[in-house]
Write a protein that binds this ligand. Structure first.
Ligand SMILES: Cc1ncc(COP(=O)(O)O)c(C=O)c1O
Length: 398
């Protein structure tokens, strides 16, 4: 399969230089099949879903539900009722934090997260738990960036109502030992939620085999459009938790005295959804299944980046098979945003700053990092050019 020709944006130039897009952990690019489906639906079938009897509404609803079915198959969820469509990982985690806390968390209770969480898996919990008189328990990471599993085991007491951790950190790029986390937590009767924003892209996720209780991710990081995401949940929790937002589509019967709610998954899907983006999950996930990463990229960068004088690479797991192609680093005597800005002028799109993980920056003792994250359409040649360009930029800055 000629991957690059499916991504028109990769052919463009920035500042007269060939674009090398290495900010995939923030947002990935979309293949032609996704772009074409988006356009076709908007041109031919635009209507509201689940509401009218007319043909266009039927087509829009079918597109929406086809997108959900593509997600269900991709993560091997038992049924469509387990797949809640949201606007993204952030929305999924806010839904979970609000509804789970309301139903299951009381005064003095705790939710366990790690030091390596994205703000989306910290702040929603702080908001919800503070209202409940509950608090966060934070598991540390070691100098390699690995979760301290001994600490994790120690904190699992009767007060812990949920463990909510990243499948893969957006800074460290390490696949966390989620099977072990789930096994340990379940042995104490504690459910586990995974922030899969990065994990879904680089790991085969089978929610039934994993036995996680919740799994959240975004479409735009896995070749689908922005504005769509998923919260997978086990049925018992989704049945027992209260709805998140009220409005159209999430109801069964409304009277001024009392309202009853729609069955799953619509109970959590108030209002008109981004059904076009949802439909695009089908071709986007097809691409994700077909396309593989160049497996030379991780070992090459794990070897070459630390050779650069003064460069500190964050996220060095004991086994390289647990490193995704995401590399965060700082370089002594330089500022991350200076590196990213000059690299941009050379055509390399990198991310810099705290990358929505300020508490982890504090742990690492840095104000921010530079991050290069790769997708299947990035070539090994681009990866080598990235290292050469970085060396050139550093020689200018130091
Ligand atoms: C680990 C992780 N969690 C959550 C998010 C938030 O995703 P979104 O902005 O798509 O809601 C991101 C995005 O970078 C992420 O990497």
């Amino acid at each position: 399969m000629d991957i690059r020709s499916q991504f028109p944006v990769l052919g463009r130039k920035v500042y007269g230089k060939e674009l090398v897009y290495l900010d995939n952990a923030a947002t990935s690019q979309r293949p032609l099949k996704v772009l074409e489906l988006q356009e076709r639906i908007c041109r031919e079938s635009n209507a509201n879903v689940h509401r009218a009897v007319h043909a266009l509404s039927g087509e829009a609803t079918e597109y929406y539900e086809d997108g959900r079915e593509a997600v269900r198959r991709f993560i091997n969820a038992p049924g469509r009722e387990n797949v809640i469509l949201t606007s993204g990982t952030t929305a999924s985690l806010n839904l979970l934090a609000t509804c789970f806390t309301e139903r299951y968390v009381g005064k003095g209770d705790k939710v366990v997260i790690s030091q390596a969480e994205h703000h989306s898996n910290i702040v929603p919990w702080q908001i919800a738990l503070s209202k409940a008189g509950a608090s966060l328990e934070v598991i540390p990471v070691d100098e390699r960036g690995e979760l301290c599993m001994d600490e994790f085991r120690k904190v699992l007491d009767g007060r812990v109502k949920l463990v909510s951790v990243a499948h893969v950190s957006n800074v460290l790029g390490i696949v966390n030992p989620v099977e072990e986390i789930i096994r340990e937590a379940h042995s104490k009767g504690i459910p586990v939620a995974l922030d899969g924003a990065q994990g879904i892209v680089h790991q085969k996720v089978d929610v039934q085999a994993l036995d996680c209780d919740f799994y959240a991710f975004s479409g735009h990081k896995i070749y689908a459009p922005t504005g769509i995401g998923v919260l997978y949940g086990k049925k018992t929790f989704l049945e027992e938790m209260p709805p998140y937002m009220g409005g159209g589509d999430m109801i069964d019967k409304v009277t001024f005295e009392k309202t009853t709610y729609a069955p799953l998954p619509l109970k959590y899907e108030a209002g008109t959804p981004n059904y076009v983006a949802a439909a695009c999950f089908a071709p986007a996930l097809d691409f994700a299944l077909e396309a593989g990463m160049d497996d030379r990229i991780v070992p090459y960068l794990m070897d070459e980046l630390p050779k650069i004088e003064g460069l500190h690479l964050y996220g060095n797991p004991a086994g390289r098979e647990r490193k995704i192609p995401l590399f965060s680093f700082t370089v002594d005597g330089t500022h991350p945003s200076d590196i990213a800005q000059i690299m941009d002028k050379l055509g390399f799109a990198l991310r810099s700053g705290h990358v929505c993980a300020e508490p982890l920056m504090d742990v690492l003792g840095v104000p921010g990092i530079v991050r290069a994250s790769f997708a299947p359409y990035n070539t090994f040649e681009e990866c080598c050019r990235f290292v050469e360009a970085l060396k050139r930029v550093l020689s200018m800055l130091r």
